[in-house]
Design a protein. Structure first.
Ligand code: SF4
Length: 410
C-alpha cells in the first residue's frame, strides 16, 4: 500500500538503526520524548527501541486522548448518559475507561499484586470492576459507539424526540470534525444535538511538561528532544513548536507513525543533539507544512475558544490546555445545556498512569501491570486505548520484559 509498505521496510529499518548507532557519541544518553501515543504504539509494535542502542531512551509522553481524560470527565459523561431521554454517543475506547465509583477493591488487589505474575488466578482479577460507560450501558443507559461526530449527528436527526450528546475527545486532529458537526447542527436547526467538549491542545501540554519541576529542576526526567505528532501537525503546522526549540532549547522533529518515520526522526534528533542545534524539523513533509491547515484552524477558531484551565490526567490543571464551545454556539454546549459541574477525582492509588503520562515512570514499574490490570480489566486509562503506554507494553512488550536474559538474547 502506497505510503505504508515503503515505510515498513525491514532492511531499510536495520540500515537506519546502524546509521544511528554509528553516529552516537560515546558515553552520551539521548532521551527522546515521543509526545504522541501513536508513536508509543509504533515503537512497541515494531520493536524500535530494541533495534537501537541502549543509549537511545524513549520516554512516553501524554499524547493519548483517552489516557489524559481525567476520571471526573468520565463521571460527567456517565451522569449525562444516565439522564432521562439522553443518548450519549462516544468513541469505543472511552467506553472502558474506569470512572470514580467502585474503585476500592481493585485498588487493594493491585497493591498486593505480584508484578511478575502474568497469569494471576481468576479470583485476583477485579470482581469489583470500576464503573465505566460500558457498565452504565449494560445497566440500561442509551450509550452508542460512534466512529465520528457525523455519526452522532445522524443519530440526532433520526431521533428528534431524544437529546443526543456527542462525547468529544481528542487533540487538534479530531477538533475540526466536531466543529463541522456543530455548524451543521446550527444550520439545520437541530435542537436536540449537543457536544460534551473535551478537546485538548498539544503545545500547552508540551509546555506543561517542560515547566514541570521534574524536568526543570530535579532532573528526574531529563529530556533532550521531542518527536512531534504528525496528525496534529497537519492541522496546527510545525510553527507552534518553534517556541520550544527557541525558548527551551529542545530540538523537535515532527514524524509520521510508521517505523521508518520514527527511525528517521530519531536520526535527525541525534544529529541535532550532537551538533548542539535546537530546531524544528519536519520528517513528515508528505503532509505537514509550517502553516498547517488554515481552513481547519479558522473553523476551530469560529466554534471553540480556549478554556483558562482544564485538568489533564497526569499533568493536573493545564492553563489554556483545552477548548470549550464558543458562546456563539452555546446552544450546542452540553455542559451549559445540562448544567454539568466538574469535580476532580484522584486516580486509583495503585495506578501509575499519572506518572507514566509525565514521563516519570514506565508501565512495567506498576505493580498492577499485567496482573490485575490488563486490557480486559483496565484499572487506569493507559491500559484502555491502543495508544496508551500500558496497552502498548501489554500487547507487544510484556513477554519480552518477562523473558530470561538468555531468551532475550536469542
Ligand atoms: S498498568 Fe497502567 S493503567 Fe494499569 S494500573 Fe498500572 S499504570 Fe494504571
Amino acid at each position: 500500500m502506497k505510503f505504508v509498505d515503503e515505510f515498513r521496510d525491514g532492511e531499510v529499518a536495520r540500515a537506519l538503526a546502524r546509521t544511528i548507532a554509528t553516529e552516537l557519541q560515546p558515553g552520551r544518553e539521548y532521551r527522546i520524548m515521543e509526545f504522541c501515543g501513536g508513536h508509543t504504539h509504533a515503537i512497541s509494535r515494531y520493536g524500535i527501541a530494541e533495534l537501537l542502542p541502549a543509549a537511545i531512551r524513549f520516554i512516553h509522553g501524554p499524547g493519548c486522548p483517552v489516557c489524559v481524560l481525567p476520571i471526573g470527565r468520565i463521571d460527567n459523561a456517565i451522569d449525562l448518559a444516565t439522564r432521562r431521554g439522553v443518548i450519549l454517543c462516544t468513541y469505543g475506547d472511552t467506553l472502558r475507561v474506569p470512572a470514580s465509583k467502585g474503585m476500592g477493591q481493585s485498588t487493594e488487589r493491585a497493591q498486593h499484586a505480584n508484578p511478575n505474575d502474568l497469569h494471576p488466578p481468576e479470583g485476583a482479577r477485579g470482581e469489583a470492576t470500576p464503573m465505566s460507560l460500558l457498565k452504565a450501558k449494560a445497566q440500561g443507559a442509551d450509550i452508542r459507539m460512534v466512529y465520528s461526530s457525523a455519526d452522532a449527528l445522524k443519530i440526532a436527526r433520526d431521533n428528534p424526540q431524544r437529546e443526543v450528546v456527542f462525547f468529544a475527545i481528542g487533540f487538534e486532529t479530531t477538533t475540526p470534525p466536531t466543529a463541522v458537526a456543530i455548524q451543521a447542527a446550527a444550520r439545520e436547526g437541530l435542537t436536540n444535538f449537543s457536544v460534551f467538549c473535551n478537546h485538548v491542545l498539544t503545545p500547552a501540554a508540551i509546555q506543561n511538561i517542560l515547566d514541570a519541576p521534574q524536568v526543570r529542576r530535579l532532573g528526574t526526567v531529563p529530556l533532550d528532544a521531542f518527536i512531534g505528532p504528525s496528525h496534529v501537525s497537519t492541522i496546527i503546522g510545525s510553527q507552534p513548536y518553534e517556541f520550544f526549540a527557541e525558548e527551551y532549547q529542545k530540538p523537535v522533529v515532527i514524524a509520521g507513525f510508521e517505523p521508518l518515520d520514527v527511525l528517521q526522526a530519531t536520526l535527525m534528533l541525534v544529529r541535532q543533539v550532537n551538533e548542539g542545534r535546537c530546531e524544528v524539523e519536519n520528517e513528515f513533509s508528505r503532509a505537514v507544512t509550517r502553516e498547517g491547515n488554515r481552513k481547519a484552524q479558522k473553523l476551530v477558531a469560529e466554534v471553540f475558544e480556549l478554556r483558562p484551565s482544564f485538568e489533564w490526567r497526569g499533568l493536573g490543571e493545564v492553563p489554556y490546555g483545552a477548548l470549550r464551545i464558543h458562546r456563539r454556539y452555546q446552544d450546542f454546549d452540553a455542559e451549559r445545556r445540562f448544567g454539568l459541574e466538574y469535580h476532580a477525582v484522584p486516580d486509583n492509588k495503585a495506578c501509575e498512569c499519572g506518572a507514566i503520562l509525565r514521563g516519570v515512570t514506565t508501565p512495567k514499574d506498576c505493580k498492577a501491570f499485567g496482573t490485575v490490570c490488563t486490557p480486559q480489566t483496565p484499572i487506569g486509562s493507559c491500559m484502555v486505548s491502543n495508544e496508551g503506554a500500558c496497552a502498548a507494553y501489554y500487547s507487544y512488550g510484556r513477554y519480552r520484559d518477562a523473558a530470561k536474559p538468555e531468551e532475550r538474547a536469542a
